[in-house]
Design a protein around this ligand. Structure first.
Ligand SMILES: NC(=O)c1ccc[n+]([C@@H]2O[C@H](COP(=O)([O-])OP(=O)(O)OC[C@H]3O[C@@H](n4cnc5c(N)ncnc54)[C@H](OP(=O)(O)O)[C@@H]3O)[C@@H](O)[C@H]2O)c1
Length: 333
């Protein structure tokens, strides 16, 4: 007789016969089973991720990452427009009670980041927090939030961002804007580069409404022109230009004596920063530490998975750029 079984025979009224022990055991099993069914002690509801993608075909990448990050079921919807969001949110919040809503979450994706932002705003509008009826939401349209967060985390590994003078090239795109936002939030002095300075100035103006104390300036940055004044005094450059475009030629990079860290987010040749390898992860070249798009991508994936996992911890998280950045703390090995 194993010690785990013996305790049954020492319960009040229990007789040390094989038959009564069997009955006691089956009674106990029944009680445990009924308790599980009634109170859901063990059988938690499945973790449902509802993927709202503005592209006609919901992203396979986002779906795979969601499963890898612990979602039990991913319900993918493509071609989602803002006017469709209300019904989808209602479907999410009215089906399970408040105590189970942390096991339902929304993921907003798609290649159009502006549309993604609209879907997020719409989703937030239709939650009913006053009744506890809401679910957590992650916005990562075009991977913009996780990519920007990973880039800034990579920079923070080597630099004290509070005293860093940074240049963001391609600062008018969705990724560049987020990189600039996160750098400014960390206290860096940020110069926003665009081929048209007026576009960069508009982005700077929009960022100031979010961070009034931000140290921002705009600059015309023509990759085929003289970049020396744009790069002047910069310790960090992040190139967030469109795929397949060189934003920082090798000669300009080498001529900048203050540069310490160069991060390129373009993985499509020709790469955005000449002389930084696509897979570089803190590789030193010409005295500058470089990160390429794939080098940053490893951290981006960790942050993406951490963000999905966070969605299922509670039902009131809205994960946009800054919240996603916070999740990257400690993830860089
Ligand atoms: N690793 C990842 O997981 C990941 C995820 C998302 C994005 N990315 C990469 O991150 C980068 C930025 O993404 P995004 O979606 O923000 O890019 P995007 O919107 O396509 O372009 C960003 C900016 O690049 C500039 N640009 C456009 N065409 C150019 C050209 N021919 N020459 C020089 N500059 C040009 C534009 O700025 P101006 O007109 O103001 O000059 C534009 O606003 C891309 O390379 C993308 O592939 C990587």
């Amino acid at each position: 007789m194993g010690s785990r079984r013996c305790w049954l025979y020492h319960q009040p009224g229990a007789r040390a016969t094989g038959e009564s022990a069997r009955r006691s055991r089956s009674g106990l099993v029944t009680i445990v089973f009924v308790t599980i069914l009634k109170y859901g002690v063990i059988v938690d509801k499945r973790k449902l991720l509802i993927q709202l993608d503005s592209d006609p075909q919901p992203s396979v990448f986002d779906r795979v990452v969601a499963y890898d990050a612990g979602a039990d079921v991913v319900m993918s919807y493509g071609g989602v427009t803002p006017d469709a969001v209300r019904e989808m949110v209602h479907g999410a919040i009215f089906t399970r009670g408040p105590k189970d809503l942390h096991r339902t979450a929304l993921f907003i994706g798609g290649s159009n980041v502006t549309l993604g932002e609209q879907l997020l705003a719409e989703a937030c509008k239709h939650m009913l927090p006053q009744f506890g009826l809401r679910v957590s939401v992650l916005l990562d349209a075009n991977g913009a939030n996780t990519t920007a967060a990973a880039a800034v985390r990579a920079a923070a590994r080597h630099l004290d961002l509070r005293s860093t003078k940074a240049l963001v090239l391609g600062a008018t795109g969705p990724v560049g804007q987020r990189v600039a936002l996160l750098l400014a939030r960390q206290g860096a002095e940020v110069r926003l580069g665009s081929r048209q300075e007026s576009k960069a100035a508009k982005v700077a103006e929009a960022l100031r409404t979010k961070i009034p104390e931000a140290k921002l300036e705009s600059a015309a940055a023509d990759p085929s022109g003289d970049l020396s004044s744009v790069l002047a005094e910069r310790g960090l450059v992040v190139a967030a230009g469109t795929a397949g475009a060189i934003l920082l030629p090798q000669s300009a990079r080498r001529a900048c004596s203050t540069l310490r860290v160069a991060i390129d987010l373009n993985a499509v040749p020709p790469l955005g920063i000449e002389g930084v390898g696509v897979a570089d992860q803190g590789v030193e070249r010409d005295g500058v530490l470089g990160y390429g798009a794939l080098g940053v991508g490893a951290l981006k994936m960790k942050i993406h998975k951490a963000a999905i996992a966070r969605l299922f911890e509670r039902n009131d998280c809205i994960l946009d750029a800054e919240e996603v950045y916070a999740l990257g703390e400690g993830l860089m090995s």
